[in-house]
Design a protein around this ligand. Structure first.
Ligand SMILES: Nc1ncnc2c1ncn2[C@@H]1O[C@H](COP(=O)(O)OP(=O)(O)O)[C@@H](O)[C@H]1O
Ligand SMILES: [Mg+2]
Length: 286
């Protein structure tokens, strides 16, 4: 149960098959391993199974067959309390609307500690002092000093996403699973959020699997790309090898011509955070 096939892998997925109810297979034998500090972009057309893969890794949807190992521990056979403990090692970042609107920014971040604080303690808002100190540090890192008491629903899309990142990081996970973090952000805010996510992963030596429908963003921020096509891995390799021919397989010819023309350098209007200083850009709060 604790024998990773790849000693440096934080996550190993093997022959994963997932279907919803009695429907057709959505994932049809997906295999890959994620190194302990790797940042991997997961791309693929809408409906390819990207979100399903992220959910199946956490067993939010039960795989029909196959294996998911986190740090060598097989997750598919864990009982519920061990599974809860394993899930705490995976930080999840969703689209911005996943915050609790009526809670404060601080409370939203501290929701990330619920797994270890316990429900009743959290309900009485008795958070551990060390967690509160860590939440302040993370909010500072996210460029959100002074936002602690703001309500979640008062924030802009980029601000909500920064709170979501802090909430995932306060768990002190081994791995971040990120589902379309920029789906509701404008291009400039998208670049800032992806810059932040990749910076915090590098700072903490965290691995990340980031579902991005946006190919130029994935190429720019993820050294390695996994492409899903109809529930199978159609490409797994360095972003620099993601050619137009591969993209045509994954997205179809028309989509490639209209959206992702150009090589790895095409920016499609994304502003460069390095212009005017990276840190000033990332610390700007949208
Ligand atoms: N809860 C669900 N019940 C039934 N089918 C689902 C459910 N979630 C997703 N699907 C189906 O599974 C396929 C893959 O969906 P999804 O993983 O959301 O794709 P992606 O994130 O790549 O757009 C789609 O055909 C979708 O309709
Ligand atoms: Mg999705």
């Amino acid at each position: 149960m604790t024998h990773p096939a790849r000693p440096d892998a934080v996550l190993e997925v093997e022959d994963l098959v997932v279907r919803y109810g009695a429907g057709a297979d959505v994932l049809r034998g997906v295999s890959f391993a994620l190194g302990s500090t790797e940042i991997v972009g997961l791309i693929g057309a809408s409906g390819a199974g990207k979100s399903t893969l992220l959910r199946a890794i956490q067993r939010l949807v039960e795989p029909a067959s196959g294996s998911v190992r986190l740090g060598g521990t097989e997750l598919t056979s864990l009982g519920s309390s061990d599974l809860r403990a394993a899930r705490r090692r995976m930080g999840m970042i969703f689209q911005e609307h996943a915050l609790v609107g009526r809670l404060s920014v601080m409370e939203n971040v501290l929701c990330g500690t619920l797994g270890r604080t316990g429900f009743w303690q959290a309900l009485r808002r008795r958070f551990n002092e060390a967690d509160v100190v860590e939440a302040f540090r993370l909010l500072h890192r996210m460029g959100l000093d002074g936002f602690e008491d703001r309500r979640g629903d008062e924030l802009s899309g980029g601000q909500k996403q920064r709170v979501g990142i802090a909430r995932a990081l306060i768990q002190n996970p081994d791995l971040l699973l990120v589902d379309e973090p920029t789906a509701s952000l404008d291009p400039a805010a998208s670049v800032r959020i992806m810059t932040l996510i990749s910076e915090v992963c590098r700072e903490s030596g965290l691995a990340a699997l980031i579902n991005l429908h946006d190919v130029p963003l994935a190429r720019r921020f993820c050294p390695r790309i996994l492409a899903l096509h109809e529930g199978r891995i159609a490409f797994d390799g360095p972003a620099s090898d993601l050619t137009d021919a591969v993209l045509t397989d994954v997205y179809g010819k028309e989509a490639v011509e209209s959206y992702v023309v150009g090589g790895p350098d095409s920016e499609l209007g994304y502003p460069d955070p390095e212009v005017g200083g990276l840190s000033s850009e990332t610390s700007r709060v949208d």
